[in-house]
Design a protein around this ligand. Sequence first.
Ligand SMILES: [Zn+2]
Length: 308
Amino acid sequence: MSRACRLCGSTGTVPLDVLAPEELEREYRRQCGVRIILPVQPIEYRCCDQCGLRFFEPAEPGDDAFYAALGRLPWYYQDEKHEFALAARRIGPGHDVLEIGAGRGAFACGLRARSYCGLELSTAAIATAHASGLTLLRETVEEHAARRPAGYDVVCSFQVLEHVHDPRGFLEAASCCLRRGGHLVVSVPAEDSFMGADRFDVLNMPPHHLTRWTDRALAAVAGLVGLELIDVTHEPLAPGHARLYARVAAQSGFAALRGWAPRLLDARLTSPLAAGCVWLHASLIRRTLRFRRRRPAGHTVVAVYGKP
Ligand SMILES: [Zn+2]
């Protein structure tokens, strides 16, 4: 098993935690009603000292059946994302746009551009997009970059990078698709937010998410794939995530009080005593949220890069 960083290649990575495959299988069933079968070996959660990427190893992406099962959950595909507006600001009517991982094609709706090309690997998502009149290509970005290098003014990828096994290859191919002066817009779940402290979000673990992105890792991308970092923007906490934010903060507070090091799927936090204290503390945190001057960082961070 390689323990090298999947972004910068450094061998200076350190273990943060270890997950038993049966724990993950049980949590996917409990939280999402989805059955997964993982290889029997333990899954390490590691952090790269060099670039700040956090990643799981070994970890293979979910297959078509896995994504089809998740796609049937009513909340899985969102037709409105905070980052759509940020990306749209970079797009003019004379631009050729590529979207990597187009899902059901929500971003393409109402986009004002000269041309739009969407790549998608999920058969179910492609069929849904097709039914609403949008044709997506079933192609990886690496395959597409080989066919159309320097073919686009703007390349976007929303909540996709964290799913891929080779983020370096993915980002190099995305950069290759850009013309000089073009922009790459990437959104991912923000590890430097409550998401990074959430010990129970099974969808932020394999086989759904294989990497986790700190702001430091997003900044490191630029130098590694020949781009310049223009901007990193955190989405403010969405009202729909306030309850989760409060629970995560209360769980972290309870664990710190007991002197427990952070652990993914930490069963100690599910005991009746812990759950009761967390519930009480979380309801207090939720009440105080409305009085805070600035909303805390939310689910998503968006990085914008330029091609020199
Ligand atoms: Zn690294």
